[in-house]
Design a protein around this ligand. Structure first.
Ligand SMILES: Cc1cc2nc3c(=O)[nH]c(=O)nc-3n(C[C@H](O)[C@H](O)[C@H](O)COP(=O)(O)OP(=O)(O)OC[C@H]3O[C@@H](n4cnc5c(N)ncnc54)[C@H](O)[C@@H]3O)c2cc1C
Length: 224
């Protein structure tokens, strides 16, 4: 298990190096990695080489139980909670560490996509924009790998132009819940996810997002 450390000092932001005077020592390079980050990188390489890579044939055969088992192991090692606050079972570290893990996991075939979709687009929107109730209900399960997350934005007629989604959300007549209608495509982890972050337009115009648990009546997950 990895122990959390305080976030690294932010020295150069975005593309500011293009217009500001920056000293070479202000620019982050791999030599600046902390001992904890190097330890995390070693843990990830060991996980990737010894546990995930031998399973690549089963993963590519869409054996979701194997992928889910590996996500669980990654969660036990702390690799899925880098961006998650400590109060929800995460390590609350920095984006350099997240990128380092993504780099080391990238040798694992499509498992690297399952991992990154779960950690990045599956979990991060909840960390940044979820309310306290939603975070309390889901984040610890996602950080530990007990649950798998997926992010459903794209549709057959909208990829890059995401604002053109057609999925509709309408308040039910009793005003107690929303009814969603629409179809999503190319959704990573959809075949095995427990939690779906689903984008829809409320009353056909207000772009919004809903957290939908697997097993919700009417939710259909088609062949991948
Ligand atoms: C492996 C994989 C996993 C995915 N996982 C998910 C997922 O988990 N959840 C999800 O919601 N979606 C997912 N997607 C879908 C992905 O988000 C879309 O493929 C992406 O948004 C691009 O949309 P598109 O494929 O319709 O391409 P298009 O939007 O049709 O783009 C085609 C080409 O046109 C270019 N282009 C588009 N608009 C412009 C413009 N205005 N100016 C100049 N060039 C432009 C693009 O750069 C691209 O080269 C996944 C896709 C892949 C390949």
């Amino acid at each position: 298990m990895i122990t959390p450390v305080a976030a690294m000092t932010k020295r150069v932001t975005g593309g500011s190096f293009l217009i500001e005077d920056i000293r070479p020592e202000d620019i982050f390079t791999l030599e600046d990695l902390s001992d904890v980050q190097k330890e995390i990188a070693r843990t990830t390489v060991e996980f990737a080489e010894k546990q995930a890579q031998p399973q690549i044939p089963a993963i590519e055969e869409k054996n979701f139980e194997v992928t889910k088992g590996l996500l669980r192991k990654a969660g036990e090692l702390g690799l899925m909670g880098i961006d998650v606050p400590e109060e929800y079972g995460g390590l609350a570290m920095d984006k350099v560490t997240s990128a380092l893990i993504a780099d080391k996991i990238a040798v694992c075939g499509s498992f690297s996509l399952a991992f990154s979709a779960h950690v990045g687009i599956g979990t991060l929107p909840l960390v940044w924009y979820g309310n306290a109730e939603q975070k309390g209900k889901y984040l610890a399960k996602l950080a530990s790998g007990e649950w798998v997350a997926s992010y459903a934005l794209s549709e057959a007629s909208s990829g890059s132009d995401a604002m053109n989604i057609r999925t509709q959300a309408k308040l039910s007549p009793d005003g107690k819940h929303y009814v969603l209608n629409g179809e999503k495509m190319w959704i990573s982890n959809a075949g095995m996810a427990n939690l779906f972050t689903v984008f829809a337009k409320v009353d056909g115009e207000k772009f919004s997002v809903f957290l939908i648990e697997a097993g919700t009546p009417g939710l259909m997950v088609g062949p991948e």
